[in-house]
Design a protein around this ligand. Structure first.
Ligand code: ADP
Length: 435
């Protein structure tokens, strides 16, 4: 049983006294008043657990008391006391929020049971409200925690995203550095390979003429010593010896020229790479230059027929350095001879238009595989084809020619296929105003 603070409102004093006595006996605290007006005043000041009010009273009646209870303390239980005559109003009061009604004169047990149920109901309502409040507080805490958590999650996510970005950037930088390092390693390996290739090629190339020069000198020395020992030669011996000497001297001359050419090529490359080449610019007639080169080259070979033609109108005049342009022509014609060991025609042709002089050197030689056609203009490049290795050279001629042509504002390229000969073309800007 729940004890409660009860407001008892009844204008009938005997009812008040009886009920107060019963309720106090049950342990409740009872405030008894004789009318509605007094009850309304008390409701403003004190919070009751239960209001037990007569329905029909002079002035402020039970329904007004009920209305005030609903207004100021909705959880307070209101029980109406009524006679049979006002049963209808009692039922109406239930609709307006009263918990129950008792018909006077009340049975004490029924009174007690109703009061107990009412107080129990109030207790449960209060508990429910407290639970609801606790739940709301817990909800609010959870909401606050959630918001805090969300903020921290957001901050952590942003930090993580920033770190990921930094990592991604770092990874990209590392990848770039790695690629650059790899490229450097590859370049260094290539340089190293070229260096070894160059050393073996250069020593081989320089050694060949030196061996033949030193061989000739040894033979000449021995012959002179023998002659000293034998005394004056006869007229026939003298003629035979001079003929042999001339033949040897021609070889010597060829070999020293070859040596000179090789050393010059090396010097040219070195000058080009250090930017120390100087060009003396003047009008140069490429057709005339080609004819000179062809005549000289023809004298070195009986296997080839070298011709020079010009189609198109106008002179093949360019602005350039005659010596260097001659070097380009020499290189192309020498290569045409060198790489067509079976001989054949070597044609130098010109296409001249108002802007450009194009010169083509065509041979019937070994040709060049497609995949090598770019590389042959590189430094020290020699075709892996053994025939071209036997031909001698350091892989510098086309590199030097390409540099010279480019420095004249022109371009050089090759059209070729293995076994079907090659055509090297040099295109240079035509000298403005030449007819
Ligand atoms: P070198 O002749 O001294 O080796 P070049 O730079 O003149 O050097 O030529 C590079 C390479 O290009 C040669 O080793 C050869 O393989 C190839 N080459 C040049 N000209 C010709 C040609 N006319 N026909 C075939 N191959 C050629």
């Amino acid at each position: 049983m729940t004890d409660g603070h009860i407001l008892l409102v009844d204008d009938d004093e005997s009812v008040r006294i009886t009920m107060q006595a019963v309720l106090e006996t049950d342990g409740h605290t009872v405030t008894a008043v004789d009318g509605g007006a007094r009850a309304l005043a008390l409701l403003q000041e004190i919070s009751f657990d239960l209001v037990l009010t007569d329905l029909r009273m002079e002035g402020v009646d039970g329904l007004a008391v009920l209305a005030e209870v609903q207004r100021v303390a909705p959880e307070t239980i209101a029980i109406m006391l009524t006679g049979y005559a006002s049963l209808e109003s009692a039922v109406k009061s239930l609709h307006e929020g009263a918990y129950a009604y008792l018909i006077k004169p009340c049975d004490v047990d029924e009174l007690r049971a109703t009061i107990d149920r009412g107080l129990e109901r109030r207790r449960l309502t209060q508990q429910l409200r407290e639970r609801v409040q606790e739940l709301e507080a817990a909800n609010a805490t959870i909401r606050t925690l959630n918001a805090g958590l969300q903020q921290r999650v957001d901050a952590a996510t942003a930090q993580l995203t920033a770190q990921m970005d930094e990592l991604r950037q770092a990874r990209d930088e590392i990848a770039t550095l790695y690629t650059a390092a790899q490229e450097n390693v590859e370049r260094l390996q290539e340089v190293d390979r070229l260096k070894s290739q160059f050393l073996s090629m250069a020593s081989h190339e320089l050694k060949t003429p030196l061996t033949s020069i030193s061989g000739y000198l040894q033979v000449a020395l021995k012959r002179a010593q023998r002659r000293l020992e034998r005394g004056h030669p006869s007229a026939e011996e003298w003629t035979a010896e001079v003929h042999a000497d001339i033949k040897q001297a021609e070889t010597l001359n060829r070999q020293t020229r070859r040596l000179g050419r090789l050393v010059n090529e090396l010097l040219d490359v070195s000058r080009m790479q250090t930017g120390r080449v100087e060009f003396q610019h003047e009008p140069v007639d490429l057709l005339a230059l080609a004819q000179e080169v062809a005549t000289r080259a023809q004298s070195t070979t009986a296997l080839h027929a070298i011709t020079v033609h010009s189609s198109g109108d106008g002179q093949a005049l360019v602005e350039g350095d005659a010596d260097h342009l001659e070097q380009v022509l020499n290189n192309l014609v020498d290569n045409a001879i060198k790489y067509s060991p079976a001989g054949g025609a070597i044609d130098v042709t010109f296409d001249v238009d108002s802007h450009q002089v194009a010169m083509h050197v065509r041979d019937q030689g070994s040709g060049i595989a497609e995949e090598q056609q770019q590389a042959i203009f590189g430094l020290f490049y020699r075709s892996p084809d053994t025939r071209s290795h036997n031909a001698g050279g350091m892989g510098l001629g086309l590199y030097i020619s390409n540099e010279i042509v480019q420095r004249h504002g022109g371009a050089i390229d090759v059209q070729s296929s293995p076994g079907a000969g090659s055509t090297f073309s040099v295109r240079l800007p035509r000298l403005a105003g030449s007819g």
